[in-house]
Design a protein around this ligand. Structure first.
Ligand SMILES: NC(=O)c1ccc[n+]([C@@H]2O[C@H](COP(=O)([O-])OP(=O)(O)OC[C@H]3O[C@@H](n4cnc5c(N)ncnc54)[C@H](OP(=O)(O)O)[C@@H]3O)[C@@H](O)[C@H]2O)c1
Length: 288
């Protein structure tokens, strides 16, 4: 399809913005999600000027609020009857001290896991209207670094560390991707696929503003010099959104070089995957 309708979360900066720019250049309708309306409008103008594509729209929501996310979903479905690609790209690494949202949820897990879960579930209706829809969940190689999951302490009240919260949120994102792919298949929904990916180590604002503790702050600053350019970081998302050879592939984890990789399965089991799915479902239930 020449003109896909593509929604990208966190498209106001970094990898999401580079993904939006490339997909707009290719002529698709791109909906830029952002949390800051002014910044999102500026990005929209920049993309339209650089690509000559005027099919650029905005969707504003703070994904740290599931209520706000719900409102944005409703706004989207009132404007668009079909969605061809959902890229759950927004994500962040938070402070060394555990913080909760206004809804009382741990911030990292909310932004990196609950919000994508809610978006996938609530947008399934419009995704099914597409002849061939794709969901892309931007995870991370850091999914290997969260340590052992504790399902009695899902939101890390006892064992919070920013890298643990980030690593586990991205591990669980891979698990819910797999689970959702199986569910779609079991329910005979063959026109929607869902895959996760790692964009590589990319020089963006990612994690730069958070107070992660002296040592991790320093590593993040130094690492910037050796990281990939943002356009390289967007490659796998763009590939998964548009490449004909990805058609029909679902439930996989793609590495930064557009190849299927094996996610770290040290703590994986179908029971654990089910636990994570059920937990996410229980959290987002009031917003479905
Ligand atoms: N950079 C890397 O090396 C790397 C490696 C592995 C995985 N990743 C993943 O790649 C994805 C993109 O990261 P990036 O490096 O491009 O980061 P980034 O430059 O910090 O951009 C993050 C995007 O998410 C948005 N965002 C942050 N908090 C939000 C919230 N509460 N509500 C709505 N939007 C919010 C940001 O909005 P604002 O513009 O308003 O800040 C921005 O558009 C993330 O999921 C990250 O975990 C990145």
């Amino acid at each position: 399809m020449a003109d896909k309708i593509i929604l990208i979360t966190g498209a106001t900066d970094g990898i999401g913005k580079a993904t939006a720019m490339a997909l707009a250049k290719a002529g698709h309708t791109v909906i830029i999600h952002g949390r800051n309306e002014k910044k999102a409008e500026a990005v929209k103008q920049e993309i339209m000027a650089e690509t000559g594509n005027d099919k650029i729209d905005l969707l504003i929501a703070d994904l740290l609020s599931l209520a706000d996310t719900r409102k944005a979903i409703d706004l989207f479905t009132s404007r668009y009857k079909r969605l061809d690609v959902l890229i759950n790209n927004a994500g962040a690494f938070f402070n060394k001290v555990r913080e909760t949202t206004a809804e009382g949820l741990e911030k990292t897990i909310t932004l990196n896991l609950f919000a994508p879960f809610l978006l996938m579930q609530s947008l399934l209706g419009v995704l099914q209207k597409s002849p061939a829809a794709r969901i892309i969940n931007v995870s991370s190689a850091m999914h290997k670094r969260g340590g052992k999951p504790d399902f009695t302490d899902f939101q890390l009240e006892k064992t919070y560390k920013p890298d643990r919260a980030y690593g586990l949120s991205k591990l669980y994102l891979i698990w819910i991707t797999r689970y959702f792919a199986k569910q779609l298949k079991e329910n005979g929904i063959n026109n929607v696929t869902v895959n996760a990916c790692h964009p590589g180590a990319v020089a963006t604002n990612f994690g730069q503003d958070a107070d992660k503790g002296f040592f991790i702050n320093m590593i993040f600053k130094i690492a910037l010099r050796f990281m990939d350019k943002v356009e390289d970081g967007a490659r796998t998302s763009i590939y998964l959104a548009t490449a004909p050879e990805v058609q029909g592939i679902s439930g996989e984890f793609f590495g930064s070089r557009e190849k299927i990789e094996k996610a770290d399965d040290k703590y994986y089991s179908t029971q654990h995957e089910q636990l994570v799915w059920d937990y996410c479902a229980s959290i987002v239930k009031p917003y479905l």
